[in-house]
Design a protein around this ligand. Structure first.
Ligand code: GDP
Length: 317
């Protein structure tokens, strides 16, 4: 694909052509040679979208809540892009979409773009692909980009690194919810949602969460108190409150200069992930492989040490 083709695709994406957006995201997923030119093309067009991360254990209501939020933002006439990420199953793109019946409400709406992300074995995996996909949506003029991830270990951290505002979902009756929360989710949440508020035990879940929060320390400073919003995602109850909490956090970010700080941190992670992936790719290349195996023989024979060898290996890059 030539630079002119890329520029024209970006142009079409900005004009609201969904297929152009989808093709650009496929380019990102495929991690092909066009990605550099594309990235350069997108850069001056980015920085406008609000990036929201949504994470939580499986079954808590993430896709239903995403759908609810999409409706709420659409009611404000904002364009919304959704990236659904399931890091535990890189090949499940299709299956994941099949589950998202409620999302079908939005499929005919040109102001909404929904995509499940698969890694397809890209070197940097989702750590590099997801931020680039966010850039595509941002450049394409989506006002809000919602990144939804299953909360399993590292993945919610990746979402946090990506988002301006991170929403963590819990639900009553998920005994391990708060347990999982204790394992690190507490610190990363900017806004908590206790979904399935139509179920028994919602008050207890909120109390448990408050208690856990009161025990935890937060590094971001005391001036933001993480709100806890109750929702019934299936009916849309609590959507206004959630939107208000998200707006509140956004205003706080701007007022504190924290929005800029988070975006700089995000960019620095992006650069690092790309650099590491590209280093790994070169090491895996023919020449890199030869140099590496030569050095490995020397280290195994005791002729040199692994640190010196690593320095020698990376010196050429
Ligand atoms: P995800 O795995 O976190 O994306 O969860 P889903 O959005 O797929 O929801 C899992 C199940 O919970 C589905 O059957 C939803 O219909 C249901 N669900 C989602 N939100 C609510 C809610 O607020 N109340 C009730 N009772 N069920 C809900």
């Amino acid at each position: 694909m030539t630079i002119t083709d890329l520029a024209s695709l970006v142009e079409q994406a900005r004009a609201g052509r969904v297929r152009a957006v989808a093709r650009l995201i496929s380019l990102v997923e495929d991690d092909g040679p066009e990605l550099r030119s594309l990235s350069a093309e997108l850069a001056p067009l980015t920085g406008r979208a609000r990036v929201l991360g949504l994470t939580g254990p499986p079954g808590v209501g993430k896709s239903t809540s995403t759908s609810m939020l999409v409706s709420a933002f659409r009611a404000r006439d904002l364009r919304v892009g959704v990236l659904a990420i399931d890091p535990s199953s890189p090949f499940s793109g299709g299956a994941l979409l099949g589950d998202r019946i409620r999302m079908h409400d939005h499929t005919v709406d040109a102001g909404v773009f929904i995509r499940s992300m698969a890694t397809r074995g890209a070197l940097g995996g989702l750590a590099t692909a997801t931020p680039q996909a966010v850039r595509v949506l941002d450049a394409a003029g989506f006002d809000v980009v919602l990144v939804e991830t299953v909360g399993v270990g590292q993945s919610e951290m990746d979402v946090v690194a990506l988002a301006d505002t991170t929403v963590v979902l819990l639900a009553p009756g998920m005994g391990d919810g708060i347990q999982a929360a204790k394992a690190g989710i507490l610190e990363v949440a900017d806004v908590f949602v206790v979904n399935k508020a139509d179920r028994d035990g919602v008050d207890q879940t909120v109390r448990d969460l408050r208690h856990a929060l009161s025990l935890g320390r937060r590094e971001l400073g005391p001036s933001w108190r993480q709100p806890i919003v109750r929702t019934v995602a299936t009916t849309g109850e609590g959507a206004d409150e959630l939107l208000a909490a998200l707006d509140g956090h956004h205003e706080w970010l701007v007022a504190q200069g924290e929005l800029e700080a988070r975006r700089v941190r995000r960019a620095s992670r992006e650069i690092e992930a790309i650099a590491v992936a590209s280093l790994r790719a070169r090491l895996g290349g023919v020449r890199g492989g030869e140099v590496l195996s030569g050095l490995a023989k020397q280290v195994a024979a005791g002729e040199t040490d692994p640190y010196t060898a690593a320095d020698q290996l990376t010196k050429g890059f």
